[in-house]
Ligand binder design. Sequence first.
Ligand code: FMN
Length: 261
Amino acid sequence: MSDASEVFAKIPDLGYSEHRPATDPKAFDAIIRARRSVRVYDSTPIPESVMREVLEWTLLAPNSSNLQCWEFYWVRSPEKKKTLAYYCFNQPAARTSQELVVAVARPWHWKKHARQMLEVFKEGEAQGHKIPASAKAYYAKLAPMVYTQGFLSSIGFLKKIAFFFIGLFRVITREPTNYSQMRLWGAKSVALACENFMLGMSAHGFDTCPMEGFDSKRVKKLLKLKGCDEVVMVISCGKRADNGVYGQRVRFPDSQFIREV
Ligand SMILES: Cc1cc2nc3c(=O)[nH]c(=O)nc-3n(C[C@H](O)[C@H](O)[C@H](O)COP(=O)(O)O)c2cc1C
């Protein structure tokens, strides 16, 4: 079994550097504070260009191993939108929204995407870019070792036992070793992308509401998803109506959650 710390610890000599563009914390503060979960929208449409730009920002979110095991369904058909709102229990946040986006984790796309990444590397090398051997080894060898779970997680189970014993002597990756951990793995990256989406909408002066109040089985059927996919959340969008925000934001004291250790 290859040693993950070998891959993680090495700093590759790439001869590449990227300057950090200037950013505006005040603008970010305004965007983040303007985002509220909005439950009632008015009839202002969202321009298609805004949707497209914000969806593009969504895909710029960090994601595990850069395997991009996510999909975002912008539900545009009026019938499907109505059905989706119904599957969201007709919550006003869904029913009154201008647009609905379903954020889905598709963890089983790791294999296809690992191959795609190796193709990207090949193209990069053909153009004279330096691709570290460790990056190629990551997608060709380590990713299959980490993400392959086998029938009924049988391989995952064997990995779990192996990780336990090897882990007694050295630092080792522990998860994912079964189907639900794969879904959790995918959902983490999707959730980050959802925040990009909601902040992007906020930057454009539009509102959103993330929803997990939906019938996941029916939503999957509507979008022709598979059982192993995870509908992480449905996000409604639009411009808030006067009664769109139900009250002042409530957060418990910072000291309850921020631990300096
Ligand atoms: C994963 C997730 C699921 C949520 N599901 C719903 C939902 O189904 N319906 C709803 O009205 N709000 C939903 N919310 C919104 C939360 O209630 C809201 O974020 C929280 O009350 C804090 O308010 P704020 O977003 O305005 O800061 C959800 C939020 C998250 C992150």
